[in-house]
Structure formats: C-alpha cells, structure tokens
Ligand binder design. Structure first.
Ligand code: NAP
Length: 173
C-alpha cells in the first residue's frame, strides 16, 4: 500500500527551506502531497503570488532538484473559517494520507487533534531560507533573493514581474 504524507505551506515563493523539508519528508513516505495553502490569497505583500503561479514554481523547483515528479501531488486549497474542522476539510479534498509534515505549531496541533502522526522537520538555515526574508529582499530590489530559490524559479519570478509586483504592492494606495 502506498504511504502518503501531506505538507501544507503558502510557498510565497517556494524556497530552499521548503525544498529541504520536501527532500527530508520523502524518506518517510512513498508519495508527498504538497498543498498550496491560502489559495485564495494573492497580490498582497504577505501573499504576492497566485495559487497558479505557486504551483508552477513548485513544479520548476522539483525539476531543478532532479526529483521524480510522479511521487508528488500538488494541490491548491483555500483557507476555511473553522480551524476545528480544517483537517476534515483536507481529508475530503486530498488523496488519502497517513502522516503530516509541518513545523507550524497550529498545523501540528490541528493534525494531532485528528489523531495523525506529525513529522517535524529540522529547521534549515531558518534566518536565510525564509519566505518573509525573500519578499523583503525583493522589496529592496536586492538580488540576493535569487540564490534562495532554484534557478528556474528565479527566472520565472523575473518573467512574471514578481519583484516589480511586490514593490508596487508596497507603494500602492
Ligand atoms: P510556509 O511559511 O510556506 O511554511 C510551510 C512549512 O515549511 C512550515 O512548516 C515552515 O516552518 C516550513 N519551513 C519554512 N522555511 C523553513 C526552513 N528554512 N527550514 C525548515 N522548515 C521551513 O507556510 P505556512 O504559513 O506554515 O502555511 C500553512 C498553511 O496552512 C497556510 O496556507 C494556512 O492558511 C493554512 N492553514 C489553514 C487553516 C484553515 O484554513 N483554517 C488552518 C491551518 C493552516 P515554520 O513554521 O518554522 O516557518
């Protein structure tokens, strides 16, 4: 029987920390369901990229890392107002999963309350490999962000005008 783990993130954008978690998680399951959470969010400073863009970036990142795409499910999911039933919402929207992977304390607690084992990955270069830091670097037009994502993801973000978008969002209104 195929074992599956589920890993939920916002992936704004997918970066070196996420990739480290993904590779770590593959040791513990045959397949990994990567949920692009907060799919309804985009064009804000905290969530600049659309769910579709984040899915594209994840595929590019997995390919850049030479990972076998057949081991992944990439699924966008909107948030819901009731945390207490969020895991049930995942159960009905995702392929069956056995375990969860997360470092987010709320996410860990919600899965545990439904009886799931949660695998907590080690932090990887937490001060550097962070979505918040990457978005701040982009906002400052500081090209160091490019080294924190894979080459194809950096190219994609430039193609869609991601840096200009973040600067516009900061100075809009
Ligand atoms: P994220 O910032 O993209 O992070 C995803 C995961 O990767 C987290 O566990 C995070 O750990 C880990 N990570 C990031 N950088 C890392 C590094 N350098 N080394 C090791 N691990 C690293 O996304 P998130 O905010 O946790 O995403 C949770 C999603 O679940 C959101 O979309 C949220 O809205 C959704 N959610 C929804 C509901 C609901 O709808 N009611 C309820 C719960 C959660 P850290 O936490 O340590 O950064």
């Amino acid at each position: 029987m195929t074992s599956r783990c589920v890993y939920v993130g916002r992936f704004q954008p997918p970066h070196c920390g996420h990739l480290h978690v993904i590779k770590w998680a593959l040791q513990y399951c045959d397949e990994l369901i990567i949920v692009v959470g907060s799919a309804q969010e985009s064009y804000t400073l905290k969530n600049p990229f659309t769910a579709g863009e984040r899915l594209e970036m994840l595929r590019l990142a997995l390919a850049d890392e030479g990972l076998d795409i057949s081991r992944f499910w990439l699924i966008p999911l909107q948030d819901i107002a009731m945390n207490s039933v969020w895991v049930r919402y995942l159960e009905v929207n995702l392929p069956k999963f056995d375990k969860a992977v997360s470092r987010n304390p709320l996410v860990v607690k919600l899965f545990q309350d439904y009886g799931y084992e949660v695998l907590v990955p080690p932090a990887y270069k937490r001060e550097v490999c962070s979505g918040t830091r990457i978005r701040q670097l982009m906002l400052s037009n500081d090209s160091r962000w490019e080294k924190l994502v894979t080459p194809s993801v950096a190219k994609y973000i430039k193609q869609i005008g991601g840096v200009e978008r973040i600067i516009l969002l900061a100075h809009g209104d």
